[in-house]
Design a protein around this ligand. Sequence first.
Ligand SMILES: [Zn+2]
Length: 115
Amino acid sequence: MSRGVILNANPSSGSNLQIIVPRGYEDEKVLIGGCLVCGAKFYRGQEAIWQSHVVKCATSNIDELRASAPSETNKGTIFDPADRDADLERHFREVGERMRREGRWDVRPNERADT
Ligand SMILES: [Zn+2]
């Protein structure tokens, strides 16, 4: 079990001075960013690793990313522009305008699409 971190543990750097820093007093890791695909976190000093990771991660998960795009997930739902009924949309926009004008929140039975 380690008691802390040894600073300058590499004597080839020109100095033989070693400082033992007790646990809890190490340099604080500063979070600089993360990968939006896999959630990996990157800290100060890892900028280059972060950049190369993001590119590799996005490239290797491109199919999954495309599948989760709103244009794909909305296919076949009421939010899919291709499946929209223009007459129905026009009707509900008019109903919405009327409701705003009249300051009401309820749709009257004769304003519903099925009547
Ligand atoms: Zn990633």
